[in-house]
Design a protein around this ligand. Structure first.
Ligand code: PSV
Ligand code: MN
Length: 403
């Protein structure tokens, strides 16, 4: 990207009264969390294709996340999933992360892979199973304390496949009782983020199916419980930006799991299928200003065909593009058009930002941060993917995921 392209864009923004230096400062301060599981061999339920160089241990996942952070400058933390990432020495993990410029972020519980959870985890009618799930959550809180994390991330596979299989309400009561116990164990500085998903692996009902159900639970629990919006967990046509605006307005938006879905859950690179949707989500976040201050921006993607490091870098770039476009919306003009019920004019103001090529702006931001202006080119030039392929070979393990 040429200096001329940046100059041209800066003039266009200045003419709209947008402070380019402020926009650049916001872009430099952006923080996107990487998922440890995105660097390991993972796949669909049909097949896991091994990727030469895929991380096999938490150490390797941290190293890969460190590389993504070195290239992008905006990914200073890595989320972990327990038990996939369980290690004996959490101090060593924390120190190694720090040596890579990272800290350990959200600790994700996992009550969806052990045999004992066949009939549910936190909703299970068997108190012994619920106790095992509670012990796991308490262990995750202890891990979070050790690694210095302030987020416990919760997603449940609980649900049923057939009408009549179980009582919705009894399951719900068990779940709320369970989550109250988890909430009571949270230290002062820790939040619990509750994810919803309307189907899979259960297909008739899931116990936390949508944002409203997650929100209602959070209200019962207290201020440290917030909703986590995973972009892949919505029906087709759901207006996610409206959900985001509502949760922000209620102070209950805890964070995101970024990915993109065409029909189902997860895995596709965020911003590839519907970049407009991603922009509109960031537009609400920027418009909410302070209310969005504590939102955690996390990627939840497992790439099974794509080269893993490049796919993660591309995901970060796509998020940066959406954020940059949201930052250059002419908000004064938007408010004026809205006040006059100028339907098309208001839409044009938004679309003007969306249709602006912000790549020269991001290239300039990276240069000012001492980075290569094109992180994908920098990755290719680094030879990192070839090096880990040679060093690690083809992993026979999945880094926790079932194969
Ligand atoms: C479930 O589909 C989910 O979105 C949850 O966040 C899990 O923890 C994650 O995917 C990892 O598979
Ligand atoms: Mn998720």
């Amino acid at each position: 990207m040429s200096a001329e392209a940046y100059q041209h864009l800066a003039e266009h923004l200045a003419a709209k009264g947008i402070d380019v230096e402020h926009v650049k400062a916001r872009l430099k301060a952006q923080h996107i969390e990487l998922p440890s599981w995105g660097f390991a061999n993972t796949g669909t339920r049909f097949k896991t294709y091994a990727w030469p160089g895929a991380a096999r241990t938490l150490h390797e996942k941290i190293a890969d996340a460190g590389m993504v952070h070195k290239l992008t400058g905006v990914c200073p933390s890595i989320a972990i999933h327990i038990p996939w990432d369980k290690v004996d020495d959490w101090d060593a993990a924390r120190e190694f992360a720090a040596s890579q410029g990272l800290r350990i972020g959200a600790v994700n519980t996992n009550t969806f892979q052990a045999d004992l959870y066949k009939w549910g985890s936190i909703t299970n009618a068997d108190a012994a199973v619920r106790q095992a799930a509670l012990d796991h959550h308490l262990e995750c809180i202890e891990i979070a304390k050790k690694v210095g994390s302030s987020i416990l991330s919760l997603w449940y596979a609980d649900g049923t496949n057939y009408p009549g299989q179980a009582s919705f309400v009894e399951r719900r009561h068990r779940m709320i009782d369970f989550l109250r116990q988890v909430y009571a164990a949270l230290p002062e500085n820790m939040r619990m983020l509750i994810e919803y998903k309307f189907y899979e692996p259960a297909f008739y009902h899931t116990d936390i199916a949508d944002w409203g159900q997650a929100y209602a639970i959070c209200l019962k629990l207290g201020p440290k419980a917030q909703v986590l919006v995973d972009l892949g967990h919505h029906p087709q046509g759901a207006n996610i930006e409206h959900i985001v605006a509502t949760l922000l307005d209620e102070g209950k938006l805890g964070g995101f799991h970024f990915n993109n879905r065409k029909y189902g859950d997860d895995d596709l690179i965020v911003g590839t299928i519907n970049p407009l949707e991603l922009f509109l989500i960031f537009n609400e976040l920027v418009a909410a200003e302070d209310a969005a201050r504590d939102v955690a921006y996390m990627i939840d993607q497992c790439h099974y065909l794509e080269p893993k490091i490049a796919a993660m870098v591309q995901s970060v770039v796509n998020i940066q593009i959406a954020y940059a476009k949201a930052l250059i919306v002419d908000r004064r003009a938007l408010r004026e058009r809205q006040a006059e019920n100028d339907v098309l004019g208001a839409n044009r103001v938004l679309m003007d930002a969306f249709e602006t090529d912000v790549r020269p702006l991001l290239a300039r931001v990276r240069e000012e941060m001492g980075l290569h202006p094109d992180p994908i080119a920098a990755l290719q030039a680094s030879g990192y993917e070839q090096r880990i392929a040679a060093e690690r070979g083809v992993a026979t393990t999945s880094g926790g995921f079932p194969t």
